[in-house]
Ligand binder design. Sequence first.
Ligand code: SAH
Length: 455
Amino acid sequence: MNKNDIIRLEIVDMTSDGSGVAKYDGQVVFVPDTAVSDICDVKILKVKKNICYGKIESIIEPSKDRVESRCPVSTRCGGCVYRHMNYEAELKIKRKKVFGAVTRIGKVDGEKVRDIIGAFDDGVDRYRNKAQIPVGIGRNGEVEMGFYSRHSHRIAPCDDCLLSPEIFTQISETFKEFITKHPYLVYNEEKHSGKIRHLYLRIGEKTGEVMVCVVVNGRGFDYQEELFNAIKEKYPQVKSAVINVNTEKTNVILGNENIVVFGKESITDELCGLKFELSPLAFYQVNRTQAQRLYEKAGEYADLKGDEVLLDLYCGTGTIGLSMARDAKKLIGVEIIDKAIENAKKNAKNNGIENARFICGDATKAAAELKKEGITPDVIVVDPPRKGLTPELIDIIVEMGPARVVYVSCDPATLGRDLKQFEEQNYSVKEITPFDLFPRTAHVESVALLIKQEN
Ligand code: SAH
């Protein structure tokens, strides 16, 4: 097989990041934007030793799972890898991804993996409460806003993302009109010149409050009153307008400092019956409805009776722990971002929760300190970023000896790895429930319950 060859292939499987897989002449060929049992002519783009990458030239016989993609940029933007498939097929792939990782890497008995909780009732579109939209200048000098293309830092222009609420589309339009008048303000990544890097939008779905945050290479930009006045006038639901200062030459979107332009520094949302403050830097699940279902499952797994000490590691603004605090004697939350901890403390106060303590610090170090203090939690909830837990943290958790560990995971592979370490140290996996928090994209979330073995 050579570059530029066109070959007829049948798609037989999907990778965990949503690319179709075919076999040809003993080689594996990855073809994005395909569905299992598609027969298509594929142009070979890259040939490596045992694997090749290709793209669809034409579909000869479509899979029965195919649907028309309603997004004009879905094959360029890296986000919705399953937009050309029906939702049932997508859910099957996602459950299989979790099943595969926890059984293969984690050596967990497959019987313990429950059905995936999909987002059927609420639809699979416009569920995101947050968007971070890069701003750039295109080849012909035009202002571009959209999403980074797959594996690149080129912008795939998109004025109406089907995952975002319509108000985001409207605000983006106002923003684009402003930038188009003053294109020299746009930040240039290569030269590290210019000012405006990203438009960052958030909505509290329950309250309707919107945050407009402009990420700036500096502490402000020319004509900023013109933009912010237009936003204030047109969109009364914007309760927080903020400049986020990011002067670093980096891919990281947000800097550490926020300057409030008008309104508050945070917006408010409601989750699991509690009010939460969201500052620009604080983590908050992007799909509120599905997150509530996930937290309810985590609560069920925690099975609190009222007299337990609950430790919530990687707590963000405290959402999971606070949603369970009513049922526990004491809650301790740990989180590395100080603004999120500030939010968490305020969240506890605003909701009249008095049995919570929040610590800002690294989860592993803080857990070691808590152990030294002699704290023995009855239940520990962990919700780490994709890289999962450190082996040291798992050791510390095991030494603390909680009856239950509830593991919320956004990466099945690291979940599998960590479950294995727990299983080797006197904890056994009771069950795992996959959740679709990110319909149309390749991501899948899971919550696992580990129980301490008697011996
Ligand atoms: N449980 C929260 C947040 C989960 S996201 C919720 O459901 O909303 C993971 C969180 O871990 C983020 O808030 C991130 O800031 C935090 N984090 C990342 N690395 C960390 C570390 N080493 N120690 C503690 N917290 C960390």
